[in-house]
Design a protein around this ligand. Structure first.
Ligand SMILES: NC(=O)c1ccc[n+]([C@@H]2O[C@H](COP(=O)([O-])OP(=O)(O)OC[C@H]3O[C@@H](n4cnc5c(N)ncnc54)[C@H](OP(=O)(O)O)[C@@H]3O)[C@@H](O)[C@H]2O)c1
Length: 252
């Protein structure tokens, strides 16, 4: 063995392993903020550091501006390099149900093009752009997980009540995007997972107007803890699924 070879072997064997880093997108929301809080606390998530991005962070992520996603992804890549870290957990906790653009529909008579555009933009198109810019940052080897927060009402098989046309359809689109991305991601890294998540009814601004008396809502910190435990327990074969906060796989 030459001195150079010996030196190279030494370097390879002593290189510090990359530290596992988590990124939460939609960190300003009820569930997103709770995800950041739970992941930042000392615990058993196997995460060394957490990055939080949303419309109010620097850099910002706003789904109405694709460049903001591109810039934010470049920033995350530079943070990983600086910290000697790898993106092992990506949580996308963004979503939209009601607001200035409108309210969920009770009947087809209320279908409105502007509301439909907004609900699709935030629940499906934005997360699709997250896939474009952030899934390539996941390592090509070893376990890594991307969890996109969806909703049970996006399940077509589970739709017994009707109503909420736009939100249901946008979450169904998100579920299909997750399934498709999971197939592509698995080709790059057989241990990588990409799943859609149903958080249950969580006490946030999104659910507030619809939380009826007696409806079981859970604090965001509880929902975040449950979802992170579910993600930690998933097998690679479960990639592409829609999974709820109890770890149950839901029908499409
Ligand atoms: N709460 C529930 O009972 C419930 C039930 C089922 C499913 N979900 C789903 O859970 C997820 C979290 O919702 P939540 O309850 O935490 O609601 P929330 O408090 O209203 O949070 C909404 C999130 O969407 C992000 N967002 C909104 N407009 C955006 C835009 N133009 N660009 C980028 N991000 C945008 C916000 O991020 P920033 O403010 O950081 O920009 C925020 O994180 C959503 O996907 C929701 O559909 C919630």
């Amino acid at each position: 063995m030459t001195i150079l070879e010996a030196d190279m072997n030494f370097s390879a064997s002593t290189a510090a392993p990359a530290k596992p880093l988590a990124l939460v997108i939609g960190a300003g929301g009820g569930l997103g903020a709770a995800m950041v809080q739970v992941l930042s606390a000392p615990g058993e998530h196997g995460i060394d550091s957490v990055l939080a991005l949303g419309r109010a962070t620097q850099p910002a992520i706003d789904y109405s501006d694709e460049t903001s996603l591109q810039n934010a992804a470049a920033w995350v890549a530079s943070q990983c390099q600086m910290q000697g870290a790898e993106l092992r957990l990506l949580i996308v906790a963004s979503g939209f149900l009601h607001g200035a653009a409108g309210q969920p529909e009770r009947s087809w008579a209320q279908l409105d093009a502007d509301y439909l555009s907004e609900v699709f933009r935030i629940n499906a198109i934005g997360p699709a752009l997250v896939m474009k810019y952030f899934l390539p940052l996941l390592p090509r080897q070893g376990r890594c997980v991307a969890g996109f927060v969806s909703a049970r009402v996006g399940s077509i098989g589970d739709n017994a009540l009707g109503g909420w046309y736009g939100y249901r359809a946008a979450k169904a689109a998100l579920n299909q995007l997750v399934k498709t991305a999971a197939i592509e991601l698995k080709r790059r890294n057989p241990e990588a997972l990409c799943v859609a998540l149903h958080p249950g009814t969580v006490d946030t601004a999104l659910s507030k107007p619809f939380a009826k008396v007696g409806l079981k809502t859970r604090p965001p910190e509880v929902a975040a803890t449950e979802l992170l435990a579910v993600l930690a327990g998933l097998e690679p074969a479960q990639t592409g699924a829609l999974v709820d906060y109890q770890g149950k796989v839901l029908p499409w």
